[in-house]
Design a protein around this ligand. Sequence first.
Ligand SMILES: *Cc1c(COP(=O)(O)O)cnc(C)c1O
Length: 388
Amino acid sequence: MDLSYILNQLGEDRAQYFGAVAPPIVQSSIFAFPTVDAMRVGFRDEFGEHVYTRGNNPTVEILRKKVAALEGAEDCLMFGSGAAAMSAGVIACLSGGDHVVCVARPYSWTRAVLQDLLGRFGVATTFVDGTDVANFEHALTERTRLIVLESPNSMTFEQQDLAAVAKLAKARGILTLCDNSYATPLNQSPLALGIDLVAHSATKYLNGHSDVVAGALCGSSELIRKVFRGPYMTLGAIVAPHDAWLMIRGLRTLPIRMQRIAATTGEVLAFLENHPRVRRVFSPRASGNAQFALTQQQLHGASGLLTIELDADVAGVERFCDALERFLMTVSWGGYESLAFPVCAVFPKDAPLRPANGGASLNFVRLSIGLEEPSVLIADLDQALARI
Ligand SMILES: *Cc1c(COP(=O)(O)O)cnc(C)c1O
């Protein structure tokens, strides 16, 4: 299936809605049946039929088909957030007494669901440095049921050798779940490397317009059905039909957005790596990245996230960030607009310069490169760096 078929045609049965090119937003919580027997058929398969929008909604279904095809997955479920997708994925795989191995610096709420929420229900998690496959092997116990990956992670971009971890897990009957938000389905295919479940914060590149919070979980029909019957239906963290419609629209330009973002990020990276006030640039493509060979092997294109360590104290970081005119200062990433996230904003003003949670120091600023002209972004960074 080619990319433009997936984005422009797949799941869209236009004859059903007057030939309308854009699909309808089926803004209905419930679907009525003409006969008791038809209703019985609906109840037998709430996953495939249309009964209730917490289970299945036609607009959301179009989106599910597209995201599944992009990931090369048999099926996909959409959620009300990336955090909900990750939580549903891990909850579906685990019972009390089970053990999980997770990368050391996952997205903060991934750590929270494993350590804090599931920890209260008797699930134990060991966090390991995922840059060396041997660390996963050493952490396994006979109770290990799941390995949770995030490659690369979204602050310092450590990667895991996905094929090697999948092989290790499969040989022992352990499931694997990988957060693929950074790479997008276009630049990395964990399922093809043997990973069982792939999660996305669709809030980021998949939607790409900073106007929807959503998540996706992709995998085999069997696993996705298990998630549906379990946390999807019980926790009910669904994406609303209108948000799904916005995401279908956002997805149509994913390839062209990622192309532009990759090209601009390459230019910004080269500028930052040569700037005297920038001590270090973190990116899978940064010249000093010790995992560069793995980047070449596993990650087929660049994304727009990079983190810079400034040659500055917190006051200097504040002067830099306050001076930015084109980068909006906020959390999150993956939209059409460039963003700056100063790690020091999460801490009190008088905190000492030290490593924070997630391996980031207070002089780190994460940038998300958007669709602006590269020269505009570089000029903005240049004038702000001069203010340090
Ligand atoms: C943002 C993010 C999430 C959580 O997604 P939400 O849509 O904000 O719930 C999960 N993983 C990564 C890597 C993220 O950046």
